[in-house]
Design a binder for this molecule. Structure first.
Ligand SMILES: [Zn+2]
Length: 95
């Protein structure tokens, strides 16, 4: 029987992490899980889910927006600005 490297609890061979202390049995699996969590964190779906799940939705939305803006590069900001300006110009000329 194998044991957890962190706490020595008997290892569940079907599980990827220790049920006792919650640490991962393998460093690779831990890295994969971290990667998936980071992806979820950055994805639109993950953001949306956090806003929906938050008690204070308005505050959560503002916080997500702030994080989104902080993650943008100058080029991305400029591109977004050009798109907004283009759409605005299109709407104004049609009206
Ligand atoms: Zn453990």
């Amino acid at each position: 029987m194998q044991h957890c490297p962190s706490c020595g609890h008997e290892r569940d061979l079907t599980a990827m992490r220790c049920p006792e202390c919650g640490s991962f049995y393998s460093k690779v699996i831990e890295l994969i899980e971290q990667e998936a969590a980071a992806e979820e964190q950055a994805s639109l779906k993950g953001r949306w889910r956090r806003v929906i799940g938050a008690a204070d939705k308005r505050h959560a939305l503002a916080e997500e927006y702030r994080q989104f803006k902080a993650g943008l590069t100058l080029t991305a900001k400029f591109t977004l600005w050009v798109i907004v300006a283009f759409v605005f110009a299109l709407v104004v000329t049609v009206l």
